[in-house]
Write a new protein. Structure first.
Length: 135
């Protein structure tokens, strides 16, 4: 899915993620859906805030491997600026931002970045989903 690189686009990405999760058997109140929507919200917000390139949208891809229940989230933007994570980016107690990738690291089984062709990067995160309801 493609979204405008704006706060509205990031909100829409999160909303459509919750809808897709419900289609896959994970209602909005399930632990898996909540985790995935939080990850999408953070990665989309980062794409809008830090990866924004004028005139370029960001892309979201969700993929669920049914057999292993591995769910992969990919958010791609046109910026080559890589996310920074580590001791140099830890937010202070009064800071209003700077904890997003810490949340991603805590919630995802794995996460990382890959270059995007022709330009930009894709930030991805993987979650091992619970069994869907009704399964």
């Amino acid at each position: 899915m493609q979204f405008t690189s704006s706060p509205r686009g990031a909100r829409l990405a999160r909303h459509l993620t919750v809808c897709r999760m419900a289609e896959w058997g994970y209602p909005s109140t399930s632990d898996t859906s909540v985790t995935v929507s939080l990850l999408v919200a953070e990665l989309a917000a980062n794409a809008v805030q830090h990866g924004r390139t004028p005139g370029r949208d960001f892309h979201l891809r969700l993929a669920l491997e049914v057999r292993t229940r591995l769910l992969r989230i990919e958010v791609a933007d046109a910026s080559t600026r890589l996310p920074r994570f580590g001791s140099e980016t830890v937010a202070g107690p009064e800071d209003e931002s700077g904890r997003g990738l810490l949340l991603v690291a805590l919630l995802a089984a794995r996460w990382g970045t890959v270059p995007r062709k022709p330009v930009g990067k894709t930030v991805w995160a993987e979650v091992v989903a619970d069994a869907p309801e009704g399964a």
